[in-house]
Design a protein around this ligand. Sequence first.
Ligand code: ADP
Length: 605
Amino acid sequence: MEPTENFFRSIVEASPFPVYMCIGEDKLIAIANDATLKAWGKDKSIIGKPFDEALPDLKGQPFSNLISEVYKTGETYYGNNEPAEFIINGKRQVNYFKFTFQAVRNSRDKIVGVICFSTDVTEIEHSRQAMEESRHTLYNMVKQAPVGICIINSDNLVIEVVNDSYLELVGRKRIEMENRGIWDAIPEAADLYAPVMDNVIETGQPITAKEHKLLLVRNGIPEMVFIDFVYEPIRGFDGEISAVMVIAIDVTEKFLARRKIEEAEERARLAVEAAEIGTFDLDLITDELLTSEKFNKIFGFERNVPHDLFVKALHPDDIELRDNAHKAALISGKLFYEARIIWPDGSTHWVRAQGKVYYGSINKPLRILGTLLDITEFKHLQQQKDDFISVASHELKTPMTSIKASMQLLDRLIKVDPSSEKIPQFISRGNNSLNKMQQLVDSLLNVSKITAGQLTLYKTNFLASQMISECCDHVRLAGTHELELTGDTELQLFADRQRIDQVVVNFVNNAVKYAPESNRIIINISKQDDMAKISVQDFGKGIPAEKIPHLFERYYRVDTSGIQYSGLGLGLYISAEIIERHGGEMGVESEVDKGSTFWFTLPLN
Ligand code: ADP
């Protein structure tokens, strides 16, 4: 027996793990190896003393009772990472132990004591606690995070933690998510995201995505949402992936807002394109000029060219004007000028540039953003209008001067010789001039009516030939030209007699005016299908082919060089409008030096 006990003792002594044995009901400490004494912070003097006496530090802790229990029942007790508090060198210290309390029996199987084998697991326990704590902190952070976070166990894909933001994002209640399989909880996302999740677990590589489109069934209602998300693997203290953290942010609003801006930009771009507006962005620091395709086109260029080439395209007389406008813009913040440019093909065009200056800090002008418009047509019309005003004034002035002269002469004559034979002569001359003025004013009023869309027609039935023979008495009276009426003299028209009369008179007057050397004017009436056609032919100077397309424009006159032929350039414009309102057509065939045939058609019913 002796050698065995000694042998046993020496093994226990040599053990690096705490081993001790208590004997009897008093739990006398029979054996306590060095590892035990060290863990307890005691020396050999405690050997032979009862457990409670030797270790007053452990009072109130379960160990003493546990030993007694094992002593009584013989059932082994397994302690797993249990804390034991000692006072070592005057300091409280908690260590953790994994241990067993086992009954020791004698040869008659009677329990004589209890032996304890233990391991100090304090360090492991500390790191486990730290791990636990950091997990706890993480979970707390997750709970409070303003972004949606969901932590999913990587082994069984059960949701371990989910925060309110995530619940809100997926439109689920906490009980629908917590401790449930992720794809049971959100089945509609499984198709798209299950492979992503598997991949993260398999490779350990996080995955991020931006503005992912996803159809979510939120609170029972399907909704299309856009989500930024991260799938981040979480590793346990053994380094193995234990969970996947899904961080998700609903960016639908941001996405839609951005798309709205993009759409607005697109609309603005289309509007600019449709409005034929060129745009530019001039960097005032580097002098770099960015231009739109339309801008280049307005300058007659096929593609973008350096800034100085654009500047060189300016008409020499307008360079200074443009420079001044740019200088003024730096002060006022606004750029505006109209100038002529010369295209590479040598033609001249008018442009209008408008822009806004953008300033940096200390009010330093950085760039000008602006638009460019081709205003050649507009300038052309403006020119026509100016010409028209001078022609109109001149036209009105002539009969007015004549009226004034007639009145003065009459005034004088009545005072001197109230019964003079010349009086009726002057009155008739004044009347003629007044009629002329009235005609001019009528034309002007007609134009205003047409532009205001107020030209109303009063249609009646009448014989075309009758209307024509009655309307041109003044020509016959003047005796300069012979009017020949040919064709279908029985043709009935249904139209505004007075307006059609006006058109014929205008044709005939022009024939007289622009064919002074010949004396024949042929007016023909014919029926073509369901239209009536009336034409007025003269044998005068004719009209150059290239001018014909413009004849019916407002204020257009073929010969603008002088006042060779009086007129406002309105007659044909008004006539064309009248015919168009009747649903007819108007045209001209003409050859220079041979004469012209002006015609119009009218529907017969
Ligand atoms: P106006 O005669 O007052 O100038 P119109 O509108 O009647 O204005 O005519 C427009 C232009 O068409 C005239 O200025 C003239 O140059 C040309 N024109 C019209 N009729 C004839 C014609 N029969 N022969 C040659 N030129 C004509």
